[in-house]
Design a protein around this ligand. Structure first.
Ligand code: HSE
Length: 381
């Protein structure tokens, strides 16, 4: 049984090095760019991999939807196991790929699609086997944590820290995916799908962007509310469904998440029997994510069972969970669920009573139509 890697970018080249160093031969690498160091392992023709009977595992590290989707479908149909680090692909095509894997008697694994180098999805899936996982929650995006940590610790501005995160290679090619929450939403959707044995699509996830946070928010949250802020994805099981959302969240300073520094990630599951399990580490990067992709390959080569799951339909309903919120806006608004309101330099700093996630996200749209700079965050606890 040999392996092929699709894409020799950051993650693919990391997985290649990890596998070869551990003694697992990578027979072919698909990439259209020249890579002299790969010699005759390199091919730009996918048929060289599809038609090679010795290659039984295909590791997809191209990213994006096409051509990754077409290549993965062809690999599964050709009876090859597939591992992927591609959250966009898994979020969009999970049902189709899972059905094809079943039909062709092969395995589909995607541990590295959420949490990067952290063996999070793998352990989440193991936990689901014999426990009721009622909540997943965590810091799933390194760029936004890097930004918040630097704003809080060093008093720096949002834009200045974002530029540094881009220089360091943490941010997505289009950093909107990081700071507007789509990256965290996809990882939250995949995590919640596994936790609750269902299919949650990225469009079902309510999102508050982080891009509107200012130094004034950090000052108010720290000095007046005695909290700190992190950017979190949440999946919470409810009666007959689940609430799934991404929000900046205000936390006590001794909360585990509050103490996750720089670009690290930390994701937790909450099980009825096992309680809280938290997984900390690098959520991105050549060797961390390459290592997690390689681990899925090695599991398959060792005959280990698949990560994929047989989904059942459940409702995603953000009207089933209530929490309190923090709002900063210049808009002239007042709602009956506002609790405290303080005006500083023309801006209202508001905390709310508990209201449903869906109501707050609907109200946030109204407020944002009056004040494009308004900032919203959930309050934990
Ligand atoms: N841009 C992502 C992050 C990379 O900052 O975590 C991993 O998905």
């Amino acid at each position: 049984m040999k392996t092929a890697i699709l894409g020799f970018g950051v993650v693919g080249s990391g997985a290649f090095e990890v596998l070869e160093k551990a003694g697992y031969e990578v027979k072919r690498v698909l990439d259209i760019r020249p890579h002299d160091e790969l010699g005759d392992k390199l091919t730009a023709n996918y048929d060289d991999i599809l038609n090679d009977k010795e290659i039984s595992v295909v590791a997809e590290a191209i990213g994006g939807l096409e051509p990754a989707h077409t290549f993965v479908v062809k690999a599964l149909k050709a009876g090859k196991h597939v591992v992927s680090s591609n959250k966009h692909l898994i979020c969009t095509y999970y049902e189709e790929l899972h059905a094809l894997a079943l039909e062709n008697g092969v395995t589909l694994r995607f541990t590295s699609s959420a949490g990067g180098g952290i063996p999070w999805l793998y352990n989440l899936k193991r936990s689901v086997r014999c426990d009721d996982i009622y909540k997943v929650m965590g810091i799933m995006n390194g760029t936004t944590n890097f930004i918040l940590d630097a704003m809080i610790s060093d008093g720096r501005d949002f834009d200045d820290v974002l530029s540094e995160a881009q220089r360091l290679g943490y941010a997505e090619a289009n950093p909107s995916a990081d700071i507007d929450g789509l990256d965290t939403a996809r990882k939250t959707a995949i995590s919640s799908s596994i936790a609750f044995n269902t299919i949650i699509k990225e469009e079902n996830v309510d999102i508050f962007s982080l891009r509107f946070i200012k130094k004034a928010d950090i000052d108010y949250i720290t000095s007046k509310l005695n909290k700190t802020v992190r950017y979190l994805g949440f999946g919470v099981k409810s009666e007959g469904g689940a609430s799934v959302f991404v929000e900046p969240a205000l936390l006590d300073s001794d909360a585990l998440e509050s103490n996750v520094r720089k670009n690290n990630n930390m994701i937790s599951l909450f099980g009825r029997d096992v309680g809280r399990l938290s997984f900390f580490g690098q959520g991105a990067g050549k060797y961390p994510t390459g290592n997690a992709l390689a681990q899925d390959v090695i599991d398959i080569l060792s005959g280990s069972t698949e990560l994929s799951f047989a989904p059942e339909a459940i409702n995603v309903d953000n009207a089933t969970l209530e929490r309190a919120y923090y709002v900063r806006t210049k808009a002239d608004v007042s709602y009956d669920f506002f609790d405290t309101v303080e005006v500083i330099d023309g801006s209202k700093y508001i905390t709310t009573k508990k209201i449903t996630v869906s109501k707050m996200h609907a109200v946030a749209k109204e407020i944002r139509s009056l004040d494009a700079d308004a900032f919203f965050a959930g309050i934990e606890g």
